[in-house]
Design a protein around this ligand. Structure first.
Ligand code: MN
Length: 490
C-alpha cells in the first residue's frame, strides 16, 4: 500500500507580497515534511496557490495521478475562493480541508499587522469552507493545531478511508457461481455499483476453477501446506483434506491474480467437480487481504477487501461475518457470529486450529478442512452494504467483541461473540428497520467514522447504529433519507 500519497495544497494570493508568500511556502513544506513522519501515508507539498490556473492545474494532475489518493487543503492566508471554483468542480479525488494554524499561541509582543496578514487561517479557512459548502463537494473537515497527536490521528484515519476509495475504484471481484438461490439481500445492481463505487464484478465458471485445480502440482501443495502448519495448529489426521484445500487455494489465487481480482465469492450450491467447499483455502486467502463473501455475496466480499485495505498496514483485522444466533439471558445479551467455514484468522484471539468435520449443507463429498478459533475481545464495528433500488445504503453498527462466554466445544467453526450497541434487542430492531443483511464485515480497526467518511466520498447513504440510536429516531432518519436521496436523483 506504500504507493499512495496525499497532496498538500495551500491557498494564498498575491496581495501580501513575495516575502509573505515565501514564508507561507517554507512553512507549508515544513508542515508537510513533519506530518509525513507521523501520518500513515506521505503528505507531499504541491503548491502555494495564488491563481485560478494554479489550482485548476493541480487538481487536474491530482485526478490523473494514480498515486495521489487525495488532497489536503489549508489557507495560511486569505485565499479568495472564486479562484478555487474551476479546480474544485473537477475534483475527483477525496478532499480534506485542514483548518489549522502555523502558530499555536497568539504571541503577545510579536503580534502586529504583519503578523495578522501572514496568519489568517481563522478567516482564510472560513472563505475556503464557504466554497466547499456552496459547491456541495463532499469533504472532510479537521480543525486543530497541526502538531496535536489527536489531529494526526484524525487525519491518518481519514487517509485510510481515502485509501478505501482508491481500492474501491480499482476493485475487481471474481464470482464462482451465482448468488444463493432465492436470497434477496445478496443481490444487487452491478451496473449501479460499478458506476458508483467502481467495482468490476464478473463471473467465472466453476469448471474453469476445477481445471486450474487439476493443474496444481504436488510440490506447490507441499509448500502451501508447510505455510499452513507453520501458522496454525493441526488438529486433524486428515492431511488429504488439508492438501485438497491447498489445491483449491492455489487455483483460486492463480485465477484471481491473473485477472487482478482482490475479492471473490462462491456458493455451496455450485461446487460441481469439487470435493470440498473451500474453507481453510478461503480463510488463508482472506488472511492475505483478499475479500470474500459466502453464498455468492459479492457485495460483502468487495467490502471485506476494501475494509481490509483501510485497516492497519493495508491488511487489517476485518472479516466476512454472519449473525448466527443470540444469547438472550438478562444481563448476558450477546450475538454469536460465525460462518459455515469461512471466518478470517485476522480476528483470532489465539493460534487457530485446522480441523476437519462433516458439513451438513450443500454438495460436499468430503469433510472440509477449516480453521477454528475464538475471536479476540475489543471495540469493533459490523458493516453491511445493501442495494435499496436506485441507491446504495451502508449500515454500520458499533459493537464490543468479548471473549465468548461459553467454550462451545462441539461448534466446529470459528466464532466471535459481541455485545451490540445501544443494546442487543434495540440494535436488532434498528438493524432490521434499516434492512441490514445477515452478512457483514466485522472490523476491529476500521471505525464508524471512517466508514462514514468513505460513504461520503463515494456519495452513498450512511446509517450509523451507535450508543445513542433509538428506533424512533432511526425511522425518522430513514424517512428523511428516502426523500433526500429521491431528490438527489433529479
Ligand atoms: Mn452466509
Amino acid at each position: 500500500m506504500a504507493k499512495y500519497e496525499f497532496w498538500f495544497v495551500v491557498g494564498s494570493q498575491f496581495l501580501y507580497g513575495p516575502e509573505t508568500l515565501e514564508t507561507v511556502e517554507k512553512r507549508a513544506r515544513e508542515m508537510a515534511a513533519e506530518l509525513s513522519r507521523v501520518l500513515p501515508y506521505p503528505l507531499v507539498y504541491k503548491v502555494t496557490a495564488k491563481t485560478n490556473k494554479e489550482i485548476a492545474d493541480t487538481i487536474k494532475e491530482a485526478n490523473y495521478r494514480d498515486e495521489c489518493a487525495g488532497i489536503i487543503t489549508w489557507c495560511h492566508t486569505f485565499s479568495p475562493s472564486k479562484m478555487w471554483i474551476n479546480g474544485l468542480v473537477n475534483l475527483q479525488k477525496p478532499w480534506l480541508h485542514f483548518a489549522t494554524q502555523y502558530n499555536q499561541e497568539i504571541p503577545n509582543e510579536e503580534i502586529d499587522m504583519d503578523f495578522m496578514n501572514l496568519n489568517q487561517a481563522a478567516h482564510g479557512d472560513r472563505e475556503h469552507g464557504f466554497i466547499g459548502a456552496r459547491l456541495r463537494k463532499p469533504r472532510k473537515i479537521v480543525a486543530g493545531y497541526w502538531k496535536d497527536a489527536e489531529v494526526h490521528q484524525r487525519i491518518g484515519s481519514w487517509m485510510k478511508a481515502a485509501i478505501g476509495v482508491a481500492v474501491s475504484k480499482d476493485l475487481k471481484v471474481m464470482r464462482f457461481g451465482d448468488n444463493m438461490r432465492e436470497v434477496a439481500v445478496t443481490e444487487g445492481d452491478k451496473v449501479e455499483v460499478q458506476t458508483k463505487l467502481g467495482w468490476q464484478v464478473n463471473t467465472w465458471a466453476v469448471g474453469d476453477l476445477v481445471k486450474e485445480m487439476n493443474a496444481v502440482t504436488e510440490s506447490e501443495i507441499d509448500a502451501l501446506v508447510a505455510a499452513y502448519t507453520a501458522a496454525y495448529d493441526v488438529a486433524t489426521d486428515n492431511m488429504t483434506a488439508i492438501r485438497y484445500q491447498a489445491r483449491e487455494e492455489i487455483a483460486m489465487k492463480k485465477m484471481m491474480d491473473a485477472e487482478g481480482c482482490r475479492a471473490f465469492s462462491n456458493t455451496f450450491q455450485d461446487l460441481y467437480g469439487m470435493e470440498q467447499l473451500p474453507g481453510l483455502a478461503s480463510q488463508h486467502l482472506m488472511a492475505q487481504g483478499y475479500g470474500y463473501g459466502g453464498e455468492g455475496d459479492w457485495k460483502v466480499s468487495a467490502m471485506t477487501a476494501i475494509m481490509k485495505a483501510m485497516g492497519e498496514n493495508g491488511n487489517g483485522s476485518s472479516a466476512f461475518m454472519e449473525d448466527y444466533t443470540y444469547n438472550l439471558t438478562d444481563g448476558k445479551e450477546y450475538s454469536l457470529g460465525a460462518h459455515m467455514l469461512e471466518v478470517c484468522p485476522s480476528l483470532a484471539a489465539g493460534k487457530p486450529r485446522i480441523e476437519t468435520h462433516p458439513l451438513g449443507i450443500g454438495m460436499n463429498e468430503k469433510d472440509p478442512a477449516r480453521l477454528v478459533f475464538e475471536g479476540k475481545a475489543g471495540d469493533a464495528i459490523v458493516a453491511s452494504l445493501i442495494d435499496m433500488g436506485g441507491r446504495l445504503r451502508l449500515i454500520v453498527q458499533d459493537i464490543e467483541a468479548v471473549k465468548p462466554i461459553l467454550p462451545m466445544p462441539n461448534l466446529p467453526v470459528a466464532r466471535v461473540m459481541w455485545r451490540a450497541f445501544p443494546d442487543l434487542t434495540t440494535g436488532v430492531e434498528c438493524w432490521i428497520t434499516a434492512g441490514g443483511a445477515h452478512h457483514t464485515v466485522l472490523s476491529y480497526d476500521v471505525t464508524a467514522e471512517q466508514m462514514h467518511d468513505w460513504a461520503r466520498m463515494m456519495d452513498i447513504e450512511f446509517v450509523h447504529i451507535g450508543r445513542d440510536t433509538t428506533v424512533e429516531g432511526l425511522e425518522k432518519e430513514l424517512l428523511y433519507n428516502d426523500v433526500a436521496w429521491k431528490l438527489k436523483e433529479f
